[in-house]
Design a protein around this ligand. Structure first.
Ligand SMILES: *Cc1c(COP(=O)(O)O)cnc(C)c1O
Length: 379
């Protein structure tokens, strides 16, 4: 049934088995790694960490960037810095990778799930505003959930598959309801909304450099912020809350060992040097898929209005769940790694008691969305 698509994709990649997303090391990766090993600075201090932080800040237009062990730890620290405490609540979308919600739980807080827009696959400002209007009131500057009586402290919108959500509207609504915004930009390095890089709209933003992301350090992440105080706190908390001193070991609160090692940073400096190549290759691939699906029953996800997407993972929508399953079955049997979108977070054991808005779009998308091979092609 999907034979033509399978052949088309195999031709695109000229490979027999086609992964969903594999990394490309086509630049200075080995040179910098060797340099790093020769220097003996392979751990949590070294020049590549500083170079990477500087370069990623420049690329995204963020004033500060703090490198971390991964995207999840960047989220954890950002939530702490937003004042999220035990018993608080944090709004996010049900259509996300589990890390977003795990980080909320690490703080002893609980997620509230609000629907996404079909156009962006990210948090819907309309649904967010409706939920906040109907379910909350402000007391002493805090947003109080009428149902639970708890404080809703923050909101974590996510830019799904690299497509920017309507982050400017989300931010405005959150400001009105006294919520801090932490953008989960784990998937959206190189994606811009109204010419501003994703992850730079909220008080804090995070990125991931896991093996399947657009650039990778094996594992890694970073925190973005324009706030000097938050930046210094982020560095301090990720460095075991060590009080700055030339030799003394003083730690004044319980901190975390979340600093990115220099080895990973060396890899990332090289990867980031190639970002414009990666982005244009991905855009070209998306264009190719787009025209392929033009005259088909299957819909291809294009970048939303006012945005430039990195097209990290290309996505298509099948007619219904049965057709989705047939597509997954046939493509995977033929050596094409295609994957369904995540199971909705509110269906997972640990989040099934979470409060939810109406999740109409998320449910629709969960049944139909499939990611198709999206690796950067070496041409
Ligand atoms: C990859 C990812 C993360 C977590 O990143 P890690 O580096 O794997 O910890 C968080 N949120 C989203 C949406 C992701 O895709």
């Amino acid at each position: 049934m999907f034979k033509d698509f399978i052949n088309f994709t195999k031709n695109l990649y000229d490979q027999d088995a086609i992964p969903l997303h594999e990394p490309r090391f086509i630049g200075n990766e080995k040179i910098y790694l060797n340099d790093c090993i020769d220097s003996t600075f392979v751990s949590s201090s070294g020049k590549y960490i500083e170079i990477f932080e500087e370069n990623i800040a420049k690329f995204t237009g963020s004033k500060f960037a703090i490198a971390t062990t991964n995207g999840t730890s960047a989220l954890h620290i950002s939530l702490i810095l937003s004042g999220v405490e035990r018993g608080n609540e944090v709004i996010t979308q049900p259509l996300t990778f589990v890390a977003t919600c795990n980080a909320i739980k690490y703080c002893g807080a609980n997620p509230i799930f609000i629907d996404v827009d079909k156009e962006t696959l990210g948090l819907s400002p309309k649904a967010l505003e409706k939920f906040l209007k109907d379910n909350t009131f402000i007391r002493n500057g805090d947003c109080i959930n009428k149902t639970s009586g708890n404080i809703i402290k923050a909101c974590v919108p996510m830019h799904t598959f690299g497509h920017p959500c309507k982050i400017d509207e989300v931010k405005k609504i959150c400001d009105r309801f006294h919520l801090k915004v932490i953008e989960d930009a784990a998937e959206s390095l190189g994606s811009f909304f109204k010419n501003k890089h994703t992850g730079t709209f909220g008080e804090l933003g995070i990125m991931s450099f896991n093996g399947n992301k657009i650039i990778t350090a094996g594992g890694g992440g970073c925190i973005l912020t324009n706030d000097k105080f938050l930046a210094s706190q982020a560095k301090y908390l990720t460095t075991t809350a060590k009080v700055n001193h030339q030799w003394e070991y003083n730690h004044d609160i319980v901190g975390y060992n979340y600093r990115m090692p220099n080895l990973n940073a060396a890899l990332l400096v090289a990867q980031l040097e190639n970002i414009s190549n990666f982005l244009s290759s991905k855009r070209q691939l998306a264009e190719t898929y787009k025209s392929y699906f033009k005259n088909s029953e299957i819909t291809f996800q294009i970048e939303p209005k006012n945005s430039k997407s990195n097209y990290w993972l290309n996505a298509i929508f099948l007619a219904d769940k049965a057709e989705r399953d047939a597509f997954l079955q046939e493509t995977n049997e033929s050596g094409l790694f295609t994957r369904p979108i995540w199971t909705l977070m509110n269906k997972l054991n640990m989040f099934q008691d979470a409060q939810c808005g109406s999740l109409e779009n998320a449910i629709w998308l969960e049944q139909r969305t499939v990611n198709i091979p999206s690796s950067v092609r070496v041409l």
